[in-house]
Ligand binder design. Structure first.
Ligand code: PGA
Length: 260
């Protein structure tokens, strides 16, 4: 099954409004130059404070926007929280959930992340569910069981319809490779992605599982994007540092366009 590659920029807690707008403008201009051969989907995830301004810059661009987290609650008395309904209202189509930085800094558990995945579907957003092992877990040989458990926490709660389920996006991000300059080897990546696909087939059925895109994230950059994206179960990338420069981000998009 041909899955449409997905390249997502995670801008994390970076960028005042003007900087975010400039970055969005640069990416939109680059995508416009590639029109006609842009068979991949491209998403940027600015901080909450820049969402509205970036949305206004998207115009007719194929660039889509996502958020970096959301509350699982429906609108109401939840001070400081932002729900999916609000994110849709400001132009988001995607939402990153369970990023390791949120699991670490905010203590997000598998249970909470699963609730957020359910809420994203409810609110009409495409969830990008992040999983990934820490260095000590990899060294102990438990990388596979860790990521499978993280994925399994969410899968039983997905909507019934294979169409909907197939919209789930999973991002494998080994924690030790995030922002460190260290990348997992292509063998390590394919091993985990292949195993995640098996879990998806077992739990969601063949049709939905073969639609789910599994992204790799962790120090992905122009120099290593091609070989990572060439792996059979890698359907795109979740990019942090290299997504903060339009030229680097576009170079990764080019690597995705040159696959096949
Ligand atoms: P990085 O971040 O590309 O800077 O390693 C990836 C991520 O955290 O999504």
């Amino acid at each position: 099954m041909q899955r449409r590659p997905l390249i997502v920029g995670n801008w994390k807690m970076n960028g005042l409004i003007e900087i975010a707008q400039d970055l969005a403008d640069g990416i939109c201009a680059g995508l416009a130059e590639r029109e006609g051969r842009l068979h991949c989907e491209v998403v940027v995830c600015p901080s909450f404070t820049a969402l509205n301004s970036v949305n206004r810059r998207l115009g007719r661009s194929s660039l889509k926007m996502g958020a970096q987290t959301m509350s699982h609650h429906e609108p109401g008395a939840h001070t400081g929280e932002i729900c999916g309904f609000m994110l849709r209202n400001v132009g988001c189509r995607f939402v990153i959930l369970g990023h390791s930085e949120r699991r670490e800094d905010q203590g997000e558990t598998d249970d909470l992340v699963a609730k957020k995945v359910v809420a994203a579907f409810r609110d009409g957003l495409t969830p990008i569910l992040c999983v990934g092992e820490k260095l000590d877990q990899r060294k102990a040989g438990s990388a596979l069981s860790v990521v499978e458990a993280q994925l399994m926490a969410a899968l039983p709660h997905l909507p019934e319809s294979p169409n909907k389920r197939g919209q789930l996006v999973v991002a494998y991000e080994p924690v030790w490779a995030i922002g460190t300059g260290e990348t997992a080897t292509t063998e390590q990546i394919q091993e985990i992605h292949g195993a995640l696909r098996q879990v998806l087939v077992r739990e969601l059925g063949e049709i939905a599982a073969n639609r789910v895109r599994i992204l790799y994230g962790g120090s992905m950059k122009p120099s290593n994007a091609s070989e990572i994206l060439a792996m059979p179960d890698v359907d795109g990338g979740l990019i942090g540092g290299a997504a903060l420069t339009a030229s680097d981000f576009l170079a990764i998009i080019d690597a995705a366009l040159h696959q096949e």
